[in-house]
Design a protein around this ligand. Structure first.
Ligand SMILES: [Zn+2]
Length: 136
């Protein structure tokens, strides 16, 4: 078997947290080298790289974080998204409470809230999660 190059070992370190299959796939795609799972596991252990899979946030790429069951994101991203949607909703409510429900400013707020909601429901679809409506 050919020796491991520096780049191949980098791939091992970079993708180890995604598991041995992800590493094998990446090695083949990027370096054109096919290595078996056993060979990869052996070398990983030799250079002290863990191949244990760890959760990765699909939004910001944070590794080893606990992902929110509802939206599949790390705590930071979940919070950020929710806060942004809430803030847009609050601005809309405040405008309504103040009786400013027509004019370009109200339309802008309504559009902004719509955008936040759509983004969040897009995320739910992308990661196969239940939407707000489906959760009841
Ligand atoms: Zn995140």
């Amino acid at each position: 078997m050919s020796a491991w190059t520096v780049r191949q070992e980098e791939i091992l370190r970079e993708y180890g947290h995604l598991g041995v299959e992800a590493v094998a796939e990446r090695l083949e795609r990027e370096c054109g080298v096919r290595r078996g799972k056993y060979a990869i596991a052996m070398h990983a252990s030799r250079i002290h790289v863990s191949l244990a899979t760890r959760p990765t946030c699909p939004e910001c790429g944070a590794i080893g974080v606990r992902l929110n069951k509802a939206n599949g994101l790390c705590p930071e991203c979940s919070l950020r998204l929710r806060v942004e949607e809430e803030r847009a909703f609050n601005e809309l409510l405040e405008a309504e409470a103040a009786g400013r429900t027509d004019g370009p400013e109200y339309e802008r707020l309504a559009r902004e809230y719509d955008r936040m909601r759509q983004r969040n429901s897009r995320l739910c679809r992308r990661y196969g999660l239940a939407s707000k409506r489906e959760r009841g």
